[in-house]
Ligand binder design. Structure first.
Ligand code: KG4
Ligand code: ZN
Length: 358
């Protein structure tokens, strides 16, 4: 454990320095963030190579890798920021939602450092941190905003009044958007993780080549469903296979057309629902976060939709889209200053915090 020695009381300072720790899935990450906006370091050790051959994250492998790497990742975050443990004001850690064996590694490390250094502990909800991530680095907070959060495990629309005031407007009823990207990439024989591979393949394709379904769940619904489009891609590929001899006989151009058409269908649904949420709420700012927000076609299409309706738009910068501890430390700062402190019996949970629907 880095700097594992009792510290003197935290010297009062005008700045609050937060150490963030994130181990909810397959990224081991630690970050130092000042006052919720200034990222001094953000170290992310990806485990993607360990999980690739299984085509998904294996919880047992993830938690073992977190154990092996977390100490060094925390030390690197402190060194990279040029911050000593004595300067840390509080320790923020993801404790939900995620893979419990993976979450417990970060939670245990955070509790240990909180006790050893005598610093407050702050629990952070991973999805709420994704929702906050577009605000990192902005001098003027973007709230109130409609937040579209698209990740491997979640697809949600939020009404965000402030860092700690977030209300769920809609969520996926089956697959998350990122999960659909990953599953379709598997169907198309592309690599893992699927999102970046689909995006790469789609660049050479025609987004109007195949008319995949846009599932809206009714004209007023802010919920999502992406399992139908995944099945439609599967049937389409099988159909192509009967006439041309199987997936391996699909030309790179056909594959690119399918990838581009799938991506466009998902983006169309995401944009229509986000615009509906903005219109209905009267909120004039839209923010975008989560792993799928790294997708450049989604970013520019949502931005164009916002511009055409006179809405402000802020996407999380790509480094803060996929899982990272900077967003945990950044939201942790606001939870800390609002007095939401955790105790040393903090536990980890697979589900997110219950957020009321509007
Ligand atoms: O937020 P994240 O790192 O982890 C979760 O909290 O789930 O999101 C990971 C998801 C994966 O499904 C991955 O395929 C997707 O984000 N993703 C993308 C892109 N980069 C990552 N999806 C579409 N286009 C991308 N460029
Ligand atoms: Zn995430």
């Amino acid at each position: 454990m880095p700097g594992f020695a009792p510290l003197r009381p935290h010297a009062p300072s005008s700045m609050t320095t937060i150490l963030g720790i994130e181990t909810s899935c397959d990224e081991t990450s630690a970050a130092i963030v000042i006052d919720g906006v200034e990222v001094r370091s953000n170290v992310v050790a990806s485990q993607v190579d360990l999980h690739r051959k299984y085509g998904g994250v294996v919880p047992e492998i993830a938690s073992r890798a977190h154990i092996e790497r977390l100490d060094a990742v925390i030390q690197e975050a402190l060194d990279g920021a040029g911050v000593a443990p004595a300067e840390i004001g509080a320790i923020a850690v993801t404790n939900r939602p995620g893979l419990v064996p993976a979450l417990l590694i970060g939670v245990t490390a955070a509790k240990t450092l909180s006790w050893a250094w005598g610093r407050p502990l702050v629990a952070v909800d991973h999805i709420q941190a994704h929702a906050y991530s577009p605000a990192i680095g902005l001098s003027d907070p973007p709230w109130p905003a409609i937040g579209l959060i698209v990740s491997g495990g979640h697809t949600s629309l939020f009404s965000i009044a402030g860092p700690c005031e977030i209300e769920l407007l809609g969520a996926t009823t089956d697959d998350a958007a990122g999960e659909a990207f990953d599953k379709v990439a598997t169907i198309l024989g592309l690599g893992y993780p699927g999102g970046p591979e689909i995006e790469k393949s789609a660049r050479a394709g025609n987004p109007r080549a195949v008319d995949f379904p846009r599932t809206m769940l009714g004209p007023d619904s802010l919920d999502f469903s992406f399992s139908g489009i995944k099945t439609a891609v599967l049937y389409h590929v099988h159909g192509q296979g009967r006439t041309s001899g199987g997936l391996e006989r699909l030309s790179p151009a056909q594959l690119a057309d399918i990838a581009a058409s799938f991506q466009q269908a998902v983006i169309d649904v995401l944009i229509r629902k986000t615009m509906l949420a903005a219109t209905r709420s009267g909120i004039s700012t839209v923010v975008l976060g989560g792993g799928v927000a790294a997708n450049r076609t989604l970013r520019s299409a949502l931005e164009a939709a916002c511009v055409s309706r006179d809405l402000s738009f802020h996407a999380a910068s790509p480094a803060y889209c996929t899982d990272n501890a900077a967003m945990i430390a950044a939201l942790g700062y606001h939870r800390f200053t609002a007095g939401h402190l955790a105790t040393l019996d903090l536990d980890a949970y697979s589900q997110g915090q219950a957020l009321a629907r509007a």
